[in-house]
Design a protein around this ligand. Structure first.
Ligand SMILES: Nc1nc2c(ncn2[C@@H]2O[C@H](COP(=O)(O)OP(=O)(O)OP(=O)(O)O)[C@@H](O)[C@H]2O)c(=O)[nH]1
Ligand SMILES: [Mg+2]
Length: 359
């Protein structure tokens, strides 16, 4: 899953990226200057790995792209940034709330609400441009195409007209479009307001104790857009990520922060992407697999290996909590607690799976 970190100039995008990458990107990761594979901290995975005495623990990964400022003077993204943006499964919109006289805000005063509104308007305009260009093209196709070819374009037109209306009314698309075929039809256009989005308020160091309050204010303001809202003090988190955990914890307490921001942000990201996690303790490796909620066992098997999908026989499944209670896979099996599930079984968050297959 790819996430693009976006936002106005100097809002702290790179600081957020550094904070997310520093804590969890392990040695040997794909880590170019502006791309990082971030390992998702996962307590269940750690405990499961300990239970089965795994030698190798492989957490879920999210790929993060740190983008240059978007829509500066109305300009759209270009080149690599445009590509990363269009391909991204979700967006993290970093909005500045930190005050710092030595880093002047490009618009003068620090006003996160205003910045969010401006950025959302730009995203709506961006999408409207895409939809209008597509509609113009379709119009030509419908007029000039042969009857057989015409039908497909004619099917697409009403969907796009509806999309255009939403955008003209100032509504982000992520809440408006039905799932299934409609969402699929729109998937390849790179529409920004269709993508799940986390608005991440980049707090001032002094405002950390007020994080909850600030978060609620922003949520009230942009709840209609279907965006998630979170907070973090990016510069501080980037610095703490470099310390050892005990030291970091002490600093955090002094500053009035109750919990580290990073796991929560990554949790919110997983939630907004609609992901659940299943686990596979196989041999000496214990691994977490994020998949969209609603994924069937057959498809889940395919994530692990195409052979498993091709030769799928059945899946043995047990909920993480139950396995922890029982204490071992062998004991779970002995007590008949490993469920036997078929291809259609909808994988549940926390399932520990063992796929049986034959090729
Ligand atoms: N006090 C404070 N300063 C911050 C925080 N986050 C970022 N800054 C500072 O703000 C400036 C801009 O931060 P960046 O992370 O480079 O912002 P950016 O959005 O990546 O900037 P561009 O890529 O140039 O648009 C730097 O001087 C940071 O040190 C924060 O949480 N608190
Ligand atoms: Mg930057």
């Amino acid at each position: 899953m790819d996430l693009a970190i976006v936002g106005p100039a100097q809002s702290g995008k790179t600081a957020v990226f550094n904070a997310l990458a520093a804590g969890h990107a392990q040695h040997g990761d794909v880590r170019r200057e502006h791309v990082a594979a971030v390992k998702v901290p996962d307590e269940r995975l750690e405990k499961l790995a300990a239970l089965v005495a795994a030698e190798k623990v492989t957490p879920a990964e999210l790929r993060m792209y740190d983008l240059p400022p978007l829509f500066e003077k109305g300009r759209a993204a270009s080149g690599e940034a445009a590509e990363a943006l269009s391909r991204a499964d979700g967006l993290i919109l970093v909005v500045r709330a930190f005050r710092r006289p030595d880093v002047p805000h490009p618009l003068g005063a620090v006003d996160p609400g205003r910045d969010i509104d401006m950025f959302q308007s730009e995203m709506l305009l961006h999408d409207l441009g895409i939809v209008e260009r597509r509609l113009e093209k379709l119009d030509i196709t419908v007029r000039s195409a042969r009857p057989g070819e015409r039908e497909e374009s004619q099917r697409e037109q009403p969907v796009l007209q509806r999309v255009r209306q939403h955008l003209e009314d100032g509504q982000a698309l992520r809440n408006q479009m039905g799932g299934g075929d409609e969402a699929k039809a729109l998937a390849n256009y790179g529409l920004l307001t269709l993508k799940p989005m986390l608005v991440l308020i980049n707090l001032d160091e002094d405002d950390i104790p007020k994080a909850g309050e600030i978060e609620q204010e922003v949520r009230d303001r942009c709840g209609g857009s279907g965006a998630f809202v979170g907070t973090m003090c990016a510069r501080l988190e980037a610095e703490l990520a470099e310390l050892d955990p005990d030291e970091a914890e002490e600093f955090r307490r002094e500053l009035g922060a109750t919990e580290p921001a990073m796991p929560r942000v990554l949790e919110q990201v997983q939630e907004m992407l609609g992901l659940i996690t299943f686990y596979t303790p196989v041999g000496t490796e214990c691994r977490a697999w994020p998949v969209p909620a609603g994924t069937a066992a057959l498809e889940a098997a395919g994530r692990i290996h195409t052979d498993m999908e091709r030769g799928f026989i059945r899946a043995e499944a047990i909920a993480w909590e139950e396995l922890m209670d029982i204490g071992s896979m062998a004991e779970a099996k002995k007590r008949g607690r490993l469920r036997s599930e078929g291809k259609q079984y909808v994988v549940q968050d926390g399932d520990v799976l063992h796929i049986l297959f034959h090729v």
